[in-house]
Design a protein around this ligand. Structure first.
Ligand SMILES: [Zn+2]
Length: 114
């Protein structure tokens, strides 16, 4: 399952940060996940639950911020919301477009109580 390796990399990021900043345990982690990233939130939450045990993220609240997909038309530069990578431009019908947001998976913040 793809989401398990994602959960493991999130834990790695938290562990590195904890090591640098000398944080024993985080109380919350905020993730930005794009709607085009192909990540299933439910599967990721389940994987996090398992993978975080015994780590600096054990018991941490996981906050998910969803990032909507947006694309820019390669024909006319129009920017529009997209649900998948293959949506035609609503302004000119061009099929080629570049995704400008929605593919991200980012740890936006790690919170801990003093
Ligand atoms: Zn266009």
């Amino acid at each position: 399952m793809h989401e398990v390796s994602i959960a493991e990399s999130i834990v790695d990021i938290a562990r590195d940060y904890a090591g640098r900043e000398n944080v024993p345990l985080f109380s919350a982690i905020e993730l930005q996940i794009g709607t085009l990233s192909g990540i299933e939130i439910e599967a990721l939450m389940f994987a996090m639950d398992v993978v975080c045990r015994g780590t600096v993220l054990e018991g941490a609240e996981i906050r998910i911020q969803s990032v909507a997909g947006r694309a820019r038309c390669e024909g006319c530069n129009f920017e529009f919301p997209v649900e998948d990578q293959f949506s035609p431009c609503p302004a000119c019908g061009e099929l080629r477009s570049s995704i400008i947001s929605g593919e991200e998976l980012r740890v936006s913040s790690l919170l801990f109580s003093e």
